[in-house]
Design a protein around this ligand. Sequence first.
Ligand code: SAH
Ligand code: AVI
Length: 347
Amino acid sequence: MAAWNQATSRGGATACEARARTNSASNAPERVHSTPNPAFRADVLAGLSTRPRAIPARWFYDRRGSELFEEITHLPEYYLTRVERSILVAHAADIAELTGPAAAVIEFGSGSSAKTPLLLSAVAPSAYVPIDISGEFLRESAAALADQFPELPIYPVEGDFLHPLELPPEIGDAPRLGFFPGSTIGNMSAAAAVDLLRAMADTVGQGSKLLIGIDRIKPTNVLIPAYDDAQGVTAEFNLNLLHRINRELDGNLPVSAFRHVARWNDTEARIEMHLEATHDVSFAIDGHPFAISKGKTIHTENSHKYGPRDARLLLRAGAWTPVAEWTDRDGQFALILAEARPVPAAP
Ligand code: SAH
Ligand code: AVI
């Protein structure tokens, strides 16, 4: 069982402190002297030693990474957040009717919880449990939300949702509504997504509901700019992973020798983000030497896109039965409500 670092945000940090969030991390010295996260260290050392080189995308989200993702959500090219928000605005009442009142809302990968008020206002929950790997950002976002919903008990949980999770006992026997927006499910392979969906069903229990956002397959002239924006924010988000390695793992990666690459992999139906070496480089991380030749890449993220049937099949494979689906007028993005039901015996 993973050790979950949990704290109620009532009486915790104030929204004022949350608003005082700054970009100071970008000016911080490259090296920090705290105990390195052993899972981060293991993933980086293993990921740079295997071919093709790859580091799991969850390590993007230190404080600076969370801030940069938040900036991405405001970019004109990054349609996902804007469109998902518009679907929530248009259908919050329908969602509330199907989910019922007084549920404990459990959000997976809550980030800034920016879209969450739309759901919370509609469903009148009994508690809110935001779960995120980016602890400081999570606590500040929860504190800001507590100011907006002073009557709502909020129990932030810092942890990796890919590990087994016990919900805070304070939520009691309230019905559970999982919330997994943003198409974060797309950052996993189909196999990992199915495992996660099944684990979520175990966590929230049979009869519980899940509201999940899933990005749709669309033309590359929309997809590529969404992941390679004109202002270079996504590039900075990607390159921050290298800064994070230098800061936290005693690395000396020459960050300026790497460039951000976003490409569409049609076979896998996904956007891939890579960091490509612009010349031959050698560096060390925690005393371990590495070399990368010009043109070779570190694969840092997959963002899978799903057709309508694929998305529903993924949910069924993950032990969730779709009960309703809403999209925008252009069918760019889907919000699906599903229920954890026992899989019926095959005919
Ligand atoms: N839900 C928000 C944020 C999406 S960004 C939205 O829709 O805009 C993805 C979020 O998931 C980040 O806040 C990141 O820190 C978190 N995250 C990514 N992988 C995670 C993991 N394995 N466990 C817990 N949180 C994770
Ligand atoms: C969090 N996740 C769904 C984002 C995505 O679109 O895959 C992360 C991201 N990567 C680059 N831009 C945004």
